[in-house]
Design a protein around this ligand. Structure first.
Ligand code: ADP
Ligand code: MG
Length: 554
């Protein structure tokens, strides 16, 4: 039975299980997916944004207000939605803050693009218009941004506070923002041409639950949250020569499967002696290097512990890898992977001090510049969310120090940009003009949502904001605490310009990526309309394929 392909018949290259969606249907499908993601994080935007409780399949709970965390934990199973999550991740990598803004604006760009598509405007024109608008917006941001004195601590603290608000750091935000500014200061170095370079590699964040947030502190050097392996070891070593070891101090078994058959007691003794000698040799080698402190990432045999204690060496086992790496910076020593190869040159120098209240060691280097930000909070959930907020704020302050340009927040920058983009649109011809206008409208989503989340009338607020900007009040924004439209720069709601530029860039790229697709070919099932009765609540984008992993939220 030979089956030949007949002339003129299309060749079938897709398997029967695969699905294909084209043109407007493809755009529709993608836009709905992207908007559903945007809707999911919108309610967390701003200082009065709500938190989300995420429960993963193992039942563990995360409570957060952080856009990128929400999206990462949501376990989304939809290719377009995943593209939007990448926007958040890019924003997080490039700017450290502004993830919710980037994703929410992406959703709004697509919503407005959909209206243009319905008017039969070709996606290419929309993409081009969005691109032009984004370019113009970045230029305007640079024009609007204010150059600040990067040593102005008060202002830096405000950028930290603005970034942290709404992230569980409210009560202690003065204390925390000071710690953040100090921490960044500690790892900032001036280059020869007078530029400031912030190296966050030299900054480590540690968390501990059980104490109040207000007891968070900034420490010189690093900490190791472990106990000595033996009671008879010193716990404080002032002139410490520190070996950082990623190799067990244990008996090496030649082969796991080797069986030792012992027939008489002498043989047993020999065998034990051999083992003891091996451990003895290892400890002797440590003594030879001159080390009096060993932080070991692996295990330490009981007998070796005993030998080390006898030698007066402080040893810690199962030190976290990240701790060892950081200590390597702090004490300027190498992480040694093979004990036999360790030499005096590998050792770091500094001091080790025991904190008996918290059961941890403080490790300071003699002449290096690592610092640890020790964040405390009553419970794990509190500390975890605090850490997310503080990490964003650290990036924000670091960026502000490096870049020196800031903007008025609370939607001030977005409204000003929208107004300038509408002027710019007049100079754009063709269909692209409509896209530039749509872009301007999309930016105004930020003040609208900030107002909405603060329980205010978003239309009233937007009207007031536009009026203020028409009157030339460039810094007029919404103060979500008072509900007033005011000069938000003066009220201390200040954001770094770089993060905003990045948000414009990432949102535009993501929206354009989605708009460019006119054909979806899926190997498996693409659940579209009608097949799923359950749709995620709250969003216009109730598309299938995304319902699954979201059971734990909203
Ligand atoms: P993102 O993930 O985009 O950083 P956030 O939840 O951190 O989202 O919210 C950031 C937005 O909140 C920014 O537009 C910022 O200007 C605004 N914002 C911060 N503090 C205030 C405030 N007190 N009043 C109004 N808006 C504020
Ligand atoms: Mg933020």
């Amino acid at each position: 039975m030979s089956q030949r392909m007949q002339q003129g018949q299309p060749m079938i290259v897709m398997s029967e299980d695969s699905q294909r969606v084209k043109d407007r249907d493809a755009q529709d499908y993608n836009i709905r997916a992207a908007r559903a993601v945007a809707e999911a994080v919108r309610s967390t935007l701003g200082p009065k944004g709500m938190d989300k409780m995420l429960v993963d399949s193992m039942g563990s709970v995360t409570i957060t207000n952080d856009g990128v965390t929400i999206l990462k934990e949501m376990d989304i199973d939809n290719p377009t939605a995943e593209m939007i999550i990448e926007v958040a991740e890019t924003q997080e990598d490039e700017a450290g803050d502004g993830t919710t803004t980037a994703v929410a604006v992406t959703g709004e760009l697509l919503k407005n693009a959909e209206e243009l598509l319905e008017q039969d405007i070709h996606p290419t024109a929309i993409i081009k218009g969005f691109h032009m608008a984004a370019e113009q917006a970045r230029e305007e941001i640079d024009d609007i941004a204010e150059e600040i004195d990067t040593e102005d601590e008060g202002l830096l603290r405000k950028t930290a506070e603005t970034s942290m608000t709404g992230k569980g750091a409210e009560v202690n935000k003065e204390h925390l923002s000071q710690l953040i500014v100090d921490a960044v200061g500690a790892v900032t170095v001036e280059t020869d041409d007078g530029d400031s370079v912030v190296d966050l590699e030299f900054l480590k964040i540690e968390t501990q639950s059980g104490r109040a947030v207000g007891e968070s502190e900034l420490l010189e050097g690093g900490i190791v949250d472990k106990d000595p392996v033996h009671d008879n070891m010193p716990t404080d070593v002032e002139d410490a020569s520190i070996l950082l070891l990623n190799d067990p101090i244990e008996i090496e078994e030649a082969d796991v499967d080797t069986e030792v058959s012992i027939t008489d007691p002498d043989q047993l003794q020999q065998f034990l002696d051999r083992e003891e000698k091996q451990l003895r040799d290892k400890v002797d080698h440590i003594v030879d290097t001159g080390a009096n402190v060993v932080f070991c990432q692996k295990g330490i045999d009981d007998l070796a512990q005993h030998f080390l204690a006898k030698e007066g060496i402080l040893a810690v086992r199962r030190t976290k890898k990240s701790d060892l790496e950081f200590l390597s910076e702090v004490v300027d020593g190498a992480v040694v992977g093979d004990l036999e190869a360790a030499t005096e040159d590998d050792l770091g120098s500094g001091s080790v001090t025991r904190d008996d209240d918290d059961d941890l060691f403080y490790v300071e280097g003699d002449d290096s510049h690592g610092v640890t930000l020790l964040l405390r909070g009553s419970t794990e959930h509190v500390v975890d969310e605090l850490e997310r907020g503080v990490t964003d704020a650290l990036d924000v302050v670091a960026q502000t120090v490096a870049d020196g340009r800031v903007l008025a927040g609370g939607g001030a920058i977005e409204v000003e940009l929208a107004s300038r983009l509408r002027d710019y649109a007049d100079s754009v011809s063709g269909r692209e003009q409509l896209a530039v206008e749509a872009f301007a409208d999309s930016l105004e989503l930020v003040p609208r949502v900030l107002a909405e989340n603060a329980g205010l009338d978003s239309i009233d607020i937007l009207v007031d904001l536009r009026a203020a900007h028409d009157d030339g009040e460039i810094r007029a924004g919404l103060n979500a605490w008072t509900g007033d439209v005011e000069d938000t720069f003066e009220s201390g709601i200040v954001e770094p310009a770089h993060a905003k530029e990045q948000a414009v860039t990432s949102a535009t790229e993501a929206a354009n990526l989605v708009l460019k697709i006119d054909d979806i070919i899926a190997a498996g099932d693409l659940s579209t309309d009608g097949e799923d009765e359950e749709m995620p609540p709250g969003g216009p984008g109730g598309m299938g394929g995304m319902g699954g992993g979201m059971g734990g939220m909203m």
